[in-house]
Design a protein around this ligand. Structure first.
Ligand code: AMP
Length: 289
């Protein structure tokens, strides 16, 4: 829809993206970026709304980043409905979409990566070697290309959020990081682009993640402070579902993601499990009171 005045501008090169963003800054605008891998759903929508409420120009980046995939089949099967995504962006008043190709992002000769530290080692980092190095590298590139004042990330990827906060602070990127709570389906399943790949039976079974986290949160609300007991509560719930192949459950400090013995401060329960071919993550914050 090239004649649609509300259609977002679509940029595929970092130079064009940055030139536009600089122009917006000169015009007195603030620019917020929402980094995504596309296949936009209700979770992304919440991020875009948060960006719109904080900045006068919103850029959505759509890039399925090969560097952060440790499994080639996951990368190949990742949904890429770019036309639908641009339409969603149009309907939400997004000013620009940055959708580079992998060849433009990582041309021949590319050799610089961003290596995050200890926050990136456990959980997703341990199960998906190189994942956060890929995330940190692409986020640094996206911040550079979009010259954004602020960037919006979801709490759905809790460890990623922690790694990105640290990255932005450590490398003086000058982009403020804003976090948005998890958007869920009606039954509690965290929204994810991977949910469409679940078989109907696995889709029904996957609700066990949010239900088990809710059981852990209920135990905590009822006064249980032993992290191990909370962890076992969540673990028992998930392993009771035959379709779920549990990868990890952890109860950790909300900021440094270190394991806790006693939940006497803000904490988060993190889970990852597979349903068939599809790997899902979820989490739930505990206020520690
Ligand atoms: P993705 O496209 O899956 O890489 O996600 C892009 C951004 O959307 C990340 O900051 C995610 O944390 C966020 N996100 C994905 N799903 C959700 C959700 N259900 N609720 C909130 N944020 C989400």
């Amino acid at each position: 829809m090239p004649d649609d005045p509300h259609a977002p501008l679509v940029f595929t090169s970092a130079d064009a993206m940055r030139a536009w963003s600089r122009q917006q800054h000169h015009g007195g605008h603030t620019v917020a970026v929402v980094p995504t891998m596309g296949a936009l759903h209700g979770g992304h929508l919440a991020l875009i709304e948060a960006a719109r409420s904080r900045a006068t120009r919103v850029v959505v980046t759509i890039f399925v980043n090969p560097l952060q995939f440790d499994e080639s089949s996951d990368f190949e099967h990742y949904p890429r409905p770019i036309d639908d995504d641009i339409e969603v962006c149009r309907s939400l008043g997004v000013a620009a979409v940055y959708a580079p190709t992998a060849a433009t992002m990582y041309p021949a000769g590319f050799q610089t990566h961003v290596e995050p530290g200890a926050l990136a080692e456990p959980f997703e980092g341990a199960t998906r070697p190189g994942h956060f190095r890929g995330v940190a590298t692409v986020v640094t590139k996206l911040f550079g290309a979009t010259a954004a004042d602020l960037a919006v990330f979801g709490e759905k990827d809790f460890q990623q959020l922690a790694v990105v906060r640290r990255l932005a602070a450590d490398l003086d990127l000058g982009t403020e990081i804003v976090a948005v709570p998890i958007a869920r389906e009606a039954d509690g399943l965290a929204r994810s682009s991977r949910n469409v790949r679940l078989s109907p039976a696995d889709r029904a079974a996957a609700v066990v993640l949010s239900r088990s986290l809710a059981a852990g949160a209920a135990a905590h609300a009822a006064g249980e402070r032993r992290a191990d007991v909370l962890r076992q509560t969540v673990e028992r719930g998930i392993t009771a579902e035959p379709a779920a192949r549990l990868e990890y459950v952890a109860v950790v400090d909300v900021t440094d993601l270190r394991p806790l013995d006693v939940v006497d401060r803000p904490a988060v329960m993190l889970v990852a499990a597979r349903f068939g071919e599809v790997r899902l993550i979820d989490n739930r914050v505990l206020d520690g009171r």
